[in-house]
Design a protein around this ligand. Structure first.
Ligand code: PMP
Ligand code: G9A
Length: 402
């Protein structure tokens, strides 16, 4: 019913692969490496209880009220100080920060203010499935750029930029997750970061740096954000509290040029009026009260054990001919099966063995690269990781025989 009446935008809507999968993986018998869920053990429940009480006593009237669309000023100021002192971002003021209801909303706002049908958007191949969901109604033309262990192949990007310029194509943005990429787990090298900034300047293109995972480093040396190198507002940085505090709080932020932030505020006014002041006051105290710095090492320790357990289990159980990335942080790793294998078929077999993952094709705008899949290692326990990888290895071996 109503099919004729739905708008063109609504007709373009399709279910998110990951959201749909969450339903399948609710079955308690299934070991899920599918959704990008934090471990419930990573949630600072007692700290939040304490903060809520304290802040409600002080600011209850403001926390329960509507707030400004751009965010609570004291939170934006606290956050500007945080970005300046912790990440060394330059020239960050309140006006450069928009508080959003999850970085997923930030992505949707960007689509709404930048993309007309047919505009070119450059993405990594594979890319975050949620960006495809956020952008789908605006119908961009995606140009996927391959990655290797050092992140996006900037040499290929440069070739593409030249080609697109020659063809007179309008490139609206380069969307990248440079640090512990979702889904591939790889990190863009320092050298490539510098070259990417140069290209953004040379071609005058907005780069969207989506970075939910960068505080989750378990090994290797930190690399500065793209935004750290940004002198003239070419980088729009998206960050979130979903992986360092709680995804249920839906609190994230967009940092960029004042003109972009202003336009995004106008778009947000029509979507949800404001981001919950309640969660902003909690996050403000979480940062300024020192809880953020105190709690993070615990999350890193928990996830490092899980990452190591998954890498060990893959080494122990996976057959010859299957490759995987070795992430230094984040929540995911990326598996490449032998050429010709289809992870969709493997998925059916894996579900029978009560283990789930996300098929690789979901992360490609044109759904190619069928022999790939993504594994999440933060949600399952170490024991579930060992057992789940054993089951998945069995499914792969059976599939290889066919
Ligand atoms: N971007 C990327 C790359 C992500 O992996 C995620 C969460 N999985 C998001 C955005 C959305 O996060 P949030 O909870 O802040 O909406
Ligand atoms: O849709 C969700 O629950 C967020 C997870 C994102 C992902 O799995 O990449």
């Amino acid at each position: 019913m109503w099919d004729e009446e739905f708008s063109e935008i609504a007709k373009a809507l399709k279910a998110s692969e990951i959201r749909e999968l969450l339903k399948v993986t609710q079955d308690p018998g299934i070991i899920s490496f599918a959704g990008g869920l934090p471990s419930p053990k990573a949630f600072p429940v007692d700290i939040i209880k304490e903060i809520v009480n304290k802040m409600m006593d002080k600011y209850g009237d403001k926390m329960l009220q509507y707030g400004a669309t751009d965010g609570v000023n004291s939170f934006r100021d606290a956050f500007a100080r945080f970005l300046t002192s912790k990440y060394n971002f330059k020239n960050i003021k309140r006006e450069n920060i928009l508080v959003v209801t999850g970085s997923q909303q930030g992505l949707y706002l960007l689509a709404k203010i930048f993309i007309d049908p047919g505009d070119t958007v450059i993405v990594e191949a594979p890319t975050y499935v949620g960006v495809l969901t956020a952008f789908q109604s605006y119908k961009p033309n995606y140009v996927p750029i391959e990655m290797d262990d050092d992140g996006m192949r900037i040499d290929l990007l440069e070739e593409k930029l030249k080609d697109l310029k020659r063809e007179g194509k309008k490139i609206k943005m380069i969307y990248t997750i440079p640090t512990f990429q979702n889904p591939a787990g790889v990190t863009l090298s320092l050298e490539r970061r510098k070259r990417l900034i140069e290209l953004a300047q040379e071609y005058n293109i907005l780069v969207v740096e989506d970075s939910p995972y960068e505080e989750l480093r378990y090994s290797g040396e930190p690399v500065p954000q793209l935004k750290y190198f940004d002198d003239d507002g070419k980088i729009l940085y998206l960050g979130t509290f979903s992986k360092t505090l709680s995804p249920g709080m839906r609190l994230a932020f967009m940092v960029g040029h004042e003109d972009i932030i202003h336009k995004a505020i106008l778009a947000k006014q029509g979507i949800d009026l404001c981001t919950s002041p309640f969660v902003q006051y909690i996050a403000q105290e979480y940062i300024e009260g020192g809880y953020f710095d105190e709690h993070l090492p615990k999350i890193r320790k928990l996830y490092k054990e899980k990452r190591d357990a998954m890498l060990d289990a893959l080494e122990d159980y996976f057959p010859e001919g299957v490759r995987w990335t070795k992430p230094q942080g984040g929540m995911f790793l990326w598996v490449t099966l032998p050429e010709g294998m289809d992870s969709q078929k493997l998925f059916m077999k894996a579900i029978q063995k009560k283990v789930a993952f996300v098929i690789g094709a979901a992360f490609y705008p044109y759904r190619d690269h069928k022999n790939t899949l993504r594994l999440n290692f933060t949600y399952p326990s170490v024991e579930e990781i060992q057992e789940g990888i054993r089951r998945l290895a069995d499914a792969i071996k059976e599939e290889m025989k066919n």
